[in-house]
Write a protein that binds this ligand. Structure first.
Ligand code: ATP
Length: 306
């Protein structure tokens, strides 16, 4: 049996092989078109206002129900933990608890999204596990319920359950859909630097970010010409100070024709924004040439989920 259905961006594919029900899920990356950090909260989190979009760069999760109780996780990337420290593992435990089933779950993650790169890979894997197990275990939780569970796992996890371009407020879990976002091209450059989100927030200097230029944030897009004006990341200044190589990548992206360039999340991925396919492809070629000899990763991708 092969039955395909889509739930938001997470693309599920049922594979009924032998006796074990299983599911394949594409787990997308995200980029921040904007990330305003508004205040530090007493609980250590930060209130933010962010425009986040899922993009077509995916990890692949294969989830299988088994008889051997508990979560059994494996990952193509050897240096990632496969126990409670992995967000997908914790998501699996939460779903088993919610389903009230003494069931075994095998999760295999094929990693393609660079780790600790500002692309939300871990959060996305957790969301994919929640959505996939909700189907496999027939828990039938609503998207709202799943988003509430996602919030227990991390600030960005609800966004990936939501699965659409969104304006995120609070600590990131209050989501409003952004409509009419055109298809854009993102040239992602990951220079192989792992950055801890906690570190980036600690480095943030609020006096330097409060410039009184908070714009009225639309939840729909009508002015593609002004998209570059939306780009802002309050974490960027401090991270670029520590890693000047990121500033160089931004300059290269702009030289190659990007209408704007920005660090995503807490970095280290920097992206160039392009409105036209041809320009984006040409720039991809140029940057491959320029950075090809380094051990960096470059992806050309588009926003998805709208
Ligand atoms: P965030 O901005 O949410 O911190 P990020 O995109 O910068 O995310 P991730 O790739 O999510 O970074 O990884 C952040 C940390 O989470 C890493 O140190 C990694 O060890 C841990 N982690 C836990 N589970 C996963 C997972 N399934 N995939 C990737 N990283 C994971």
């Amino acid at each position: 049996m092969k039955d395909r259905s889509s739930q938001g961006v997470l693309f599920l594919e049922w594979l009924q092989r032998g006796r074990s029900p299983s599911i394949l899920i594409r787990s997308p990356a995200k980029v921040n078109l904007r990330l305003e950090v508004l205040a530090r909260r007493p609980d250590g989190y930060h209130d933010i206002r962010s425009v986040m979009v899922p993009v077509g760069l995916f990890d692949l999760l294969h989830i299988v129900l088994t008889e051997k109780e508990g979560i059994h996780l494996s990952c193509s990337q050897q240096d990632l933990p496969v126990d409670e420290r992995n967000l997908a593992f914790r998501a699996g435990l939460l779903m088993l608890e919610a389903a009230g089933k003494r069931q075994g779950v095998e999760i295999r993650i094929e990693k393609r999204i660079p780790v600790a790169a500002g692309l939300g890979g871990g959060s996305s894997n957790a969301a994919a596990t929640l959505v996939g197990l909700n189907r496999l275990l027939k828990t039938n939780l609503s998207r709202v319920d799943l988003m509430a569970m996602a919030g227990e796992l991390g600030a960005d996890v609800p966004f990936f359950v939501f699965g659409r371009p969104a304006l995120a407020t609070g600590i990131g879990g209050d989501l409003e859909q952004l409509t009419r976002l055109p298809r854009l091209w993102f040239l992602l450059v990951y220079p192989g630097i792992s950055i801890s989100t906690k570190w980036a927030y600690e480095k943030l200097n609020f006096r330097l970010t409060k410039r009184g230029d908070h714009i009225n944030m639309p939840t729909f897009f009508w002015d593609i010409g002004n998209l570059a004006g939306l780009l802002r990341n309050d974490l960027e200044r401090a991270v670029l100070q520590e890693y000047p190589v990121l500033e160089g990548i931004k300059k290269s992206l702009l030289r190659a024709g990007a209408v704007g360039a920005l660090m995503s999340g807490s970095g280290s991925t920097v992206y160039g924004l392009f409105l036209a396919k041809e320009k984006a492809k040409d720039a991809y070629g140029e940057l491959k040439e320029e950075f090809g000899k380094r051990d960096w990763e470059i992806f050309l991708t588009q926003n998805i989920g709208s």
